[in-house]
Design a protein around this ligand. Structure first.
Ligand SMILES: [Fe+2]
Length: 276
């Protein structure tokens, strides 16, 4: 589908998720179309501007037209994502981004959205995949919707670390257990009234279910939400600016060599809706 506003061409990439927006840098910097861009982001989960080739300052300016920047991440609103520990000291932690998750599951207000700009790419791998957790919820059988309605899931940093380091030492386990856990609904009812599924790598266990039942349910719902019809895979080109809705999608990066030089500049928009 293709829709147009005064200064935007919006081209949907798949039925359920992902739209390319064609426009010029001045329009984005001015904020004139910010309302339409935000609405498109909410509706489509992921939007991107191909080969926009903007500076860090311009990225921050565009982000400010769309929401409130989380300034304590990175420098000047720009956080560098790289698996090279000389570029990012938390490179080892970032390996967790290779598994389906949403950001800020442990925060009271998960990020609204993130802007990601491709500065340097790996020759192999490094695509980013997103799945639409609104569409995944909407398509669940009615019996599932009823069964899941009141379930709550405990999210933990420790759980997500098992994906990166399956055989953690006692010291590692107890280190990660110091991070507070958080109980979240399995189905997030948003201010808009829309509902999305909340699973992903930090989802540790479903309160009140037997261990096996809980693990099976979380795996089944992740598999459901990440079926091809809900997924958009972004094949990056240098200069692309992509924005994902963090409250209505999960994401993951596909593996790439740590020494590839892949570098992404990220700007985060603060959450506007509590998750409780
Ligand atoms: Fe992430």
């Amino acid at each position: 589908m293709k829709t147009s506003s005064a200064q935007l061409d919006i081209i949907d990439c798949t039925p359920a998720i992902g739209s390319e927006i064609r426009t010029d840098v001045d329009t984005l910097l001015s904020g004139r179309e910010a309302e339409t861009i935000r609405a498109t982001l909410e509706r489509r989960g992921v939007i991107f501007f191909r080969g926009l080739q903007i500076s860090d300052e311009q990225q921050v300016t565009i982000a400010q037209t769309l929401g409130t920047i989380v300034a304590n991440e990175g420098e000047g609103g720009i956080y560098k994502i790289s698996l090279d520990s000389s570029v990012n000291q938390r490179a080892a932690y970032l390996k967790g981004s290779l598994f389906w998750h949403f950001d800020g599951s442990l925060q009271p207000y998960p990020n609204l959205a993130a802007l990601l700009r491709a500065v340097k790419l790996s020759e192999t791998g490094g695509q980013t995949e997103f799945c639409n957790t609104y569409a995944a919820y909407d398509d669940l059988p009615a019996a599932d919707k009823e069964a899941l309605a009141d379930l709550r899931v405990v999210h933990s940093a420790e759980r997500s670390q098992y994906y990166v380091n399956p055989e953690m030492s006692y010291e590692e386990v107890t280190f990660w257990q110091k991070s507070p856990t958080k109980s979240c609904p399995l189905v997030w009812t948003h201010k808009s009234g829309r509902k999305s599924l909340l699973v992903g790598a930090t989802a540790d266990y479903v309160i009140g279910l037997a261990v096996e039942e809980s693990r099976a349910l979380l795996a089944r719902l992740r598999d459901w939400a990440t079926q091809p019809q809900y997924v958009y895979r972004h094949e990056w080109q240098v200069g692309d600016l992509l924005i994902w809705s963090n409250t209505g999608t999960m994401h993951r990066a596909l593996p790439y060599p740590a020494d590839s030089g892949r570098l992404m500049h990220r700007t985060i928009l603060a959450g506007e809706e509590p998750l409780q």
